[in-house]
Ligand binder design. Sequence first.
Ligand code: SAH
Ligand code: SF4
Length: 363
Amino acid sequence: MKEQPSVITSRSIPKSRRALIGLTTEQLREKSVELGFEPFRGKQLAEWLYQKRARTFDAMTNLPAAFRDALSANHTIGWPEVVSTYSADDGTAKFLVEYADGNRVECVLLPYEDRAGVCLSSQVGCAAGCVFCATGAMGFTRNLTPGEMVAQALVAEDRLVTQSSSATTRLSHVVFMGMGEPLWNLENVIQAVYLLNEEMKIGMRGITVSTVGIPPAMRTLAEEKLQITLAVSLHAGTEEVRRQLVPVARKYPMESVFAAADRYFDLTGRRVTYEYVLLGGVNDTKEEATALAAWLRGRPAHVNLIPWNPARSISEFKAPHREAVARFRNVLESVQIPVTQRFERGRGIDAACGQLAIGKRRR
Ligand code: SAH
Ligand code: SF4
């Protein structure tokens, strides 16, 4: 398996028409000066992009026409085309977005009564090939830029403001649990985290980055000392079962994944979340639960049990029985490991994790 380079070049976007979403307020100030305007115009521009979610330069009414003309001659806004939107009765909405080069990803808005979250994609496809994951079945196409990730959050927040019945109009939570492996696009994901925090005003503690378990990248992320949550997709208690489900486990044994997760806690003080997709009859057994409990005992951990969602095109698995989920949970709780069970949302629109997959655009 080939690891992906962590930096993306924007070769496909002509330099003269680079997207503005993705630039910081500071960079927009510099941009303003570069085009012959005052720095505060850059600050106003940032507000249009990240607070008011403007999609056209014409909408930026307090900016001088000459500034808007100069901007549009050199840049696009970077708002992706929302190709389709699917909504469920519980308010969950899934968006299929298309970028300038025709690549598409999905993101999901999860509104609750007093808060709202979004699940972002970090890559087009994924190279990890976990056997139960619809995105994994697609293979890898390319990394997303920081601006392309932030644009998904803007699309979701726009929906929250215009159409949701939720009391809140701002996103409070972001999870990088959509398509792709965020830690194989780490530099861009870190930049996206800063933009979400500084420009979209989402608290660091409301942001979660989920990884299949890439120890070197987990260590690099730890060094950044962000107050975000790191979620590690474990899916097994034993090495043997993990290797069957998660091909990268052959390269990175559990021992090394836990050591990197411990390092993350040491450097950030943030308790690590372990995600566990329960596949009926495969990894929901008492043996796996007991083995997992042994790994986690005494570790500052939290387990998120995710009953497998029948993903598009992957049929060889089945969801766990209710009793198996309860037994699994009991084994962990008996050794004081906090467990949460993922609340099922977005039924009927395939908006659950691992159900995000999309064919390439035909041109
Ligand atoms: N690549 C990262 C983040 C994206 S996947 C990772 O693997 O952690 C986000 C989560 O959804 C992971 O825990 C993943 O294992 C889980 N997932 C994948 N397919 C799923 C499915 N069909 N049902 C439930 N969860 C799934
Ligand atoms: Fe990639 Fe995560 Fe799916 Fe595995 S579960 S294939 S790492 S997106």
